[in-house]
Design a protein around this ligand. Sequence first.
Ligand code: PM9
Length: 486
Amino acid sequence: MGHPPTGAAALSYVMTNKHEVPRTMGQQAGRRSWAEPWKIKMVEPLTMTDRPTRERAMAEAGYNTFLLRSTDVYIDLLTDSGTSAMSDRQWAGMMVGDEAYAGSENFYHLETAIQTYYGYKYLVPTHQGRGAENLISRTEIKPGQYVPGNMYFTTTRLHQEMAGGIFVDVICDEAHDPTNRNAFKGNVDLGKLDALVKEHGADKIAYVSLGATVNMAGGQPVSMANVKALRTWGDKHGIKIYLDATRAVENAFFIQERETGYAGRKIAEILKEFCSYTDGAWMSAKKDSLVNIGGWVAVNSWEVFEELRNLVVVFEGLHTYGGLAGRDMEAMAIGTAESVQDDHIRARIGQVRYLGGLLEKWGVPMMEPIGGHAIFLDARRFYPQLKQDDFAAQTLAAQLYLDSGIRTMERGIVSAGRNAKTGDHYRPKLELTRLTIPRRVYTQAHMDVVAESVKAVYEQRESVKGLKMVYEPKYLRFFQARFEPL
Ligand code: PM9
């Protein structure tokens, strides 16, 4: 295991990203403790259930945690999407919603916030991230074009495919190995991009779809050096770079922590610099921006904006509300400003690492290094007796719920879905169960309870058998598929 590099070594760390993150860095050892930069004003009681109740609920839900009722869940780590606790300022903002059909004051506040913190010129609000994905995919993809990206995301790839695009994975190889501890496992491999241009020609490439951080790779970051290099590459070939900015604030934290020259820079500055190398972005504001609903797409080109603004009225609503209430846009504008505060993001990732640190200590196999928004358990190593077709990660999510009422999510073969042309399962190398931490919601004591449950399930791992799929919906099957125990 290496030490943080200095001098010439630091340059190679940035340029090649072959540098390993030491475990002590993952846990922020040697530094004073992180603590939440807020105190609790309102609480929501949790339900605790007994094992027979959970067994019944899990069977009724077809062993799919998405089909559980939330009242049957104790600690909900299904997703960090739309599950944040809003601040008192955001709730106050909800009270000044301007619910005019057109030209709501809150839209202009949101527009200013996105211009200020993300730096793009033109903004179109949408009801959530996939609304924005639909608009940008329809605008920028011609049928038959390739869309290279740093690992697929479920809804993103589906919209790209529905617009006639063909997704191609161009993430670095390290991202597919859960034991590899490189610092920037979200990076695009420019060699893979070059090969794609060589094979098909630049005009067959719609744009580069850049996620930061990379959700399906375990919340792994993209370096500033990589996005800069991408910009240069895009300019050379006349290919645009679009950012999935859903967790770009968390990405900025890793750049501040790991990349030479950024230690003294503010998260807000790093985020804006990162975005400046891209042509535009789409956003699920339900994550970084601390709101329960909302999204946007923003670009620098007037022509692209014109097309997006045209389309939004078909699918979402007028271009000054995009399917949202005025109050939602106000909460999003305030949440955007709160999300880039250095203390906020340090505590947010500190909590994820706290949980990961406990599991690391107990030898539980997981995706390393610990990423931004979640702990991803490595179900292949957790249950070596199960084949991928036994749905190891889905099984692990079910076992965690049965043990303690904690709800997690599969991120493996079920999430990957099927190849639309061949009908075969996509078989991702990563077979992961995600423990996703909502922002500003749970305490350190909740994390202790979660860790203890994972440990208990790990200790009983040998007796576990897998699942078989008994119902499979056509799109995004992980949401509604049903299973039975083998
Ligand atoms: N992500 C998540 O839990 C919620 C839906 S899938 C269970 O991780 C990225 C990187 C996302 C994302 C949603 C979307 C779509 C786009 N990009 O859910 O439509 O993580 O707001 O955003 C989920 P919406």
